[in-house]
Design a protein around this ligand. Sequence first.
Ligand SMILES: [Zn+2]
Ligand SMILES: [Zn+2]
Length: 314
Amino acid sequence: MSGIPSLPPRTLPPGFLYFPPFRVQGYSIAGEESYVQIPELDVCFDVGRAPKLMLSSNFVALTHGHMDHAAGLSYYYSQRHFQGMGTGTVLCHQKLAAAIEKLMTAWVDIEAQRTPYKVVAMEPGTDSEEFEIKRGHYLRAFATDHTVPSLGFVVIEKRSKLKEQYIGLPQEKLVEIKEAGNEITYIKQVPLIAYMGDTSPGKHFEREDVANAQILITECTFMAEDHRSRARVGKHLHISDIADIVKQVNSPNIVLTHLSRRTHLGEAHRQLNAMLSPSDRERIHMLMDGRANRDRYNRQIAEAEAAGHATPAR
Ligand SMILES: [Zn+2]
Ligand SMILES: [Zn+2]
């Protein structure tokens, strides 16, 4: 008897974490697809296969050229143009800029039409390169350590602050001091989000802007004890590296991405619990841990409701 075939397998939904005021959303499985979007900052780190969710980001910060991070580049530009969303901008390692131009030129031959695109080449030097993505908000690129040219990014907010010695003075007095030619303000730099694409551990985690970011998003490809050497060869992080990084950085929220497909989340939880103090454990989240993140979100909604705030319809 021929029965009814079963439905095709369901794909994993995107991961979602809310760290007020920022949403961290996207999808990240090693070797398959990685993109992590921060809607409030108009940026998506890596582009994955350019799914609909990420298209609204005016900026893509591309960490490196591996296909699981970069496959959707041309589709990102194309869909944004097609849907009237304006020309997308991709910030990439300076060594990749010419190749992306070639990719877009190849599509002109394939499609017989021209898609508008913008590429910004970032040179990771000792003086970090910056690009303004939103008023007062800058993407800063720095070198990481992977098997191909690779970047990490930090979003910095630059806030104009009154110098300490002038705090509390009346407005007229401040105007007077300013008119006498004194600079009464200074720029305070606040690192909001640090993002590490594929990388080995190293000095880039010790950078002041990374170590003090409000949210650190980092890869953690391998979990199994016998995968330490695989992590080294592929220039990736192993869960044991995360234990060190957690101690190095001050970020209250650390999001792990790029776990391998075979990672058993229950096992990952057990390892994190065993490796870390309870207070450090609380800082760690896994982007693709749907169940834990949904529970967390529901708690956030319940707390908001209890405080009398409007919440999305459930
Ligand atoms: Zn990757
Ligand atoms: Zn890679």
